[in-house]
Design a protein around this ligand. Sequence first.
Ligand SMILES: *Cc1c(COP(=O)(O)O)cnc(C)c1O
Length: 371
Amino acid sequence: MQVSEDIRKLVAYKPGKPIAETQREFGLSRVIKLASNENPLGPSPKALEAVRAHLSDLHRYPDPSGFELSQKISQVWNINKNYIALGNGSNEIIDLLIRIFCEPGEKILTTEKAFLAYPICAQAARVKTLTVPLKPDFTMDLEALAKVALSDSKIRLVFLPNPNNPTGTYVPGAAIEKFLAQVGNRPNLLVIFDEAYNEFVRATDYVSGQSWLSQYPSVVVMCTFSKVYGLAGLRLGVMLAHPEVIDLYHKVRNPFNTNELAQVAAMAALEDKNYLQASQVVVWEGLEQIYQGLRDLGLKFWESQANFVLFDTGRDANLIYDQLLKKGLILRPVGNYGWPRYLRWTVGLKEENQLVLKALKEILPSIPPLD
Ligand SMILES: *Cc1c(COP(=O)(O)O)cnc(C)c1O
């Protein structure tokens, strides 16, 4: 079959190992998945109720405009409705932005060790990805990114995951301000803030890209219902952008890209302030628990503004990953990011985190350290 080299060489995204697969392979009944940054509390009870109430409408096509959900987002996030569009997860929004704004042979720019969806979607559209190394503390190097963005007119989109996955690191508002002063007014260049973990941030100098939407028409912000809102399975992402970008997006997207259950569940989740708060608290407490546990084990980690922790096992991380799987614990190897010694650990419930710490304590001595 004839197909372009870009497609032939594409390496598909490798998601976290599913629970059912792990149960089958290892003959386990109880498996705990802390591999995909999902909400450990399960969905909001209000979202579940909304889904149940709409099950009998499944023979109908969903509202193609997502009218009521957009209205609700507009109120709760305090943003003009003309600035909102929905997607089948932020993943679809990434894919569509690249298809809309990049011609084959043009480029996107992002940081090294960023979410792999950017280069994968780009390559699928025959678009090149340029990257800039992280700083030694694993934060994004906005100065270097600005330099590259200004030096190459083929770059059409800059993706800035803030906080970043898989590092959990962030860049503060002041650095963004400087970055936008340099590149925010370029014709034909959009700056996309991927803020999937925005609600978990505790750093006081963090500022959402939303603050610059009205000042810079080139700014785009992506949010998701997959993380703090606990609806990863229903697939719902949100794009906040200048109405001109929103209009182009509506032309290209599939008419029914977000389904009815996702729309009603997201509305209910937005109203459930208790759930939002509980989801933040379980992650914040879990982070402290995990940091302390990793310190006790003598393992290096990176402080996280998200709901996961990147840590250095000091060993071949795949060996540890395999041993954890046998105990019914799924973490996420990050060898595909070029980090063979590290694992990414999604914050779970207190008992779940405790089980991982206990397992690590048992496993670590049996695996030889690497330098
Ligand atoms: C999890 C995640 C998303 C969310 O993806 P969805 O398609 O909305 O589930 C987006 N960006 C990053 C960096 C993520 O880690």
